[in-house]
Design a protein around this ligand. Structure first.
Ligand code: DAK
Length: 269
């Protein structure tokens, strides 16, 4: 057994292609990108690995929240610039790549990012698809595509300004300059900035808290909040209104537990 396999086995992480998977606590799946020598550049294989793990997590009722992480040097340095297409279609347009991004975008359960080191290009865009982003203070967020004569084409030109505002997004995208974890938090790109090395434990802690809630309520919350990106306010408000009829066993249980001054036990029904 080589050192890497031994470390992996000791930490309870299962290696699958370019990702490592583990269950740090009940209800939480941890997916770690595992291409440290390439700063976790998002090759089609790595993106496909993440998408495959999310597809499995989606249909597994035991998974109530997912944490996505890299290592201490990089969350991810973005699209794999060295990946050359072999069929004449530019790498950006490869079907597997686009389908993987779609799967991540549509993942209905809570997705948290634990960011240490670089989150650049597609790596930064990946954090934009996460619902909660915990950043080490020394993390480096950036959209440096302009430096290779490109632009953030995996949603960054649209999502980044919605999250941090037009002027800041223009600055990041037009200069390719990076911001650290603290600034990312100040600008709303990250939820919390924590001491270096603490992003993963903190993200797992939050994921665990969420995993204890009613999974039906949590999925509905994600769907509703994400509507702010895709629908005009009057339409999304009227959709929210329709949920006045919201009735689930978990909701009854939540109310009963409150009345009886006890902790609710949610069953996802
Ligand atoms: N791709 C491939 N390899 C990468 C990589 C990347 N993005 N980033 C780093 N690496 C590799 C390096 O080449 C190096 O490999 P070896 O030389 O050892 O073989 C190894 O990782 C370690 O990198 P460094 O030696 O440079 O390590 P440092 O710690 O000194 O620097 C760094 C780390 C992340 C700051 C630096 O490597 C860097 O600047 N990397 C490039 C970051 C970047 O430019 N990211 C954006 C990628 S483009 C679209 C259009 C565009 C896009 C998408 C869609 N459409 C039209 C739809 C573009 C998306 C992108 O994400």
């Amino acid at each position: 057994m080589d050192t890497h396999t031994a470390d992996t086995a000791a930490s309870g992480e299962a290696a699958m292609g370019d990702i490592l998977q583990s269950t740090p606590c009940e209800g939480v799946l941890l997916i770690r990108m595992n291409r440290p020598a390439a700063r976790n550049a998002l090759s089609i294989r790595l993106l496909g690995g993440i998408a495959g793990a999310l597809r499995a997590a989606q249909s597994d009722p035991g998974v109530r929240a997912v944490v996505l992480a890299g290592d201490d040097k990089a969350f991810s340095a973005g699209a794999d610039i060295k990946e050359m297409p072999d069929n004449g279609i530019p790498m950006w347009g490869q079907k597997e790549r686009l389908l993987a991004w779609k799967t991540i975008e549509r993942f209905p359960k809570p997705l948290l990012a634990a960011v240490e080191g670089y989150a650049l290009g597609g790596g930064c865009e990946l954090t934009l698809l996460c619902d909660i982003v915990i950043a080490g203070e020394a993390a480096r967020f950036g959209q440096p595509e302009v430096r290779i004569g490109a632009f953030p084409g995996d949603g960054g030109t649209q999502r980044l300004p919605r999250v941090i505002g037009k002027s800041r997004a223009m600055w990041m995208i037009m200069t390719g300059n990076f911001i650290d974890g603290r600034k990312a938090c100040e600008w709303g790109l990250a939820t919390e900035a924590v001491a270096p090395g603490q992003a993963l434990p903190r993200a797992c802690e939050i994921a665990r808290e969420i995993a204890g809630m009613s999974p039906i309520a949590i999925e509905m919350i994600k769907q509703e909040v994400l509507m702010t990106d895709s629908k005009p306010l009057d339409e999304s408000l009227s959709l929210e209104r329709k949920l006045l009829l919201w009735q689930t066993e978990d909701h009854d249980e939540g109310i009963a537990a409150f009345m009886e001054k006890r902790k609710p036990v949610f069953k996802g029904r």
